[in-house]
Every structure is written in structure tokens, then in C-alpha cells.
Ligand binder design. Sequence first.
Ligand code: 5GP
Length: 191
Amino acid sequence: MLLLEERIRRDGKVFPGNILKVDSFLNHQIDVRLLEQIGEEFYRLFSADRIDKILTIEASGIGIACIAAQRFGVPVVFAKKTQTKNIAADVYTARVESFTHGKVYDVIVSKEFLHAGERILIIDDFLAKGQALLGLIRLVRSAGAEPVGAGIVIEKGFQDGGDLVRQTGIHLESLAIVESMDDDGTIRFRH
Ligand code: 5GP
């Protein structure tokens, strides 16, 4: 998505450890007009997949998922992150190891909001090593629902998450795939 790539080039900031900060339009301040176009693009890419519900993860995924969901006309459920300890019986859960944040956490969704047979589109802001997305895929499957697609705003193509998720056979679409980031701030995209 050219508009998104241009925005990342203009406003994205490269930090040590291969971290791309997009706080000025996606992760802190939010450019709602841009999100509208992102939602439209996800609709174009996934409308044939007959989506019943969009699943995302708090916090940054929520705004993106909501604007996309408006276009699809489906509800959004966001998985909550919780410290690994007493997990209630009425939730689906998956354990996620975050390399970016250097910790392990559980993601949970109430059994009330995810049902067997539902066709789920998972949406998130970043795909890096893929652990968050793979956790959500496991969680959807544990509910007997079907993870039919995954829509990512920014994939870091030089990390292995994209390959791991594509190996699951899920319809994965990343709107911008960063091929490389240099210390001087130069960002290259894969096409
Ligand atoms: P993964 O599980 O794919 O390694 O990373 C998942 C989460 O880590 C993303 O949803 C995002 O919150 C965070 N993350 C990973 N890499 C980056 C990055 O370069 N920039 C930002 N802003 N977040 C990242």
C-alpha cells in the first residue's frame, strides 16, 4: 500500500534492536483518515473470505480493527493480555512469548465472544517474529472457530514471523513489508 509506505518513510523512526516506531500515526497518535484507507484495503483483500468477526489484541490493534470492522459490518473482539497466573475457566487462552518486550504473557478471550464455526479475521499492527499472531491463531482454533485470514499493517520482512504464519496456510496480507532498516533511518520495502 503505497500511501502507507510513504507515511512510514516520512514519519517512521528506526530504533536500536530493529524497532520501527510509528507513534505519530499508528501507535500513539492515530491518523484516522489513514486508518480508514487501511480498513478499505483490508476489506478489498478479505471480503471474499466471508468474515464473521474480527479479532485483535490490545492495545494498538483495537483502533485499526474497529475501523476495518465498520467496513465489514462485523463485531470486533480484542484479546486481553494478562500476567500468567490464575486463568478463569470461562476464557480461551494462549501463551505468547514477546521477544520485543522480553516477557511471556497470556492472551485471553471470554468464551462468550468466540464460537465454534465462526470465520475470524485477525488484525494487528505489527508482525515481527510472529508469536503474537500465532498465539491468536491457536486461541481461535481452541474455540473451534476458523482463523481464515490475518491482516497486518506493517510486517518486518527480515524477521521470521511472516514465514511462520504463511506456513500455517492462513491467508496473510501485510499492507507494508519492510525489507530492511538502516541505522541512518533508511527504510526499504519489499514488493
Ligand atoms: P511478534 O510477536 O510478531 O514478534 O511481535 C508482535 C508485537 O510486538 C506487535 O504486535 C507489536 O506490538 C510489537 N512489535 C514488534 N516489532 C515492533 C516494531 O518494530 N515496532 C513496534 N512499534 N512494535 C513492534
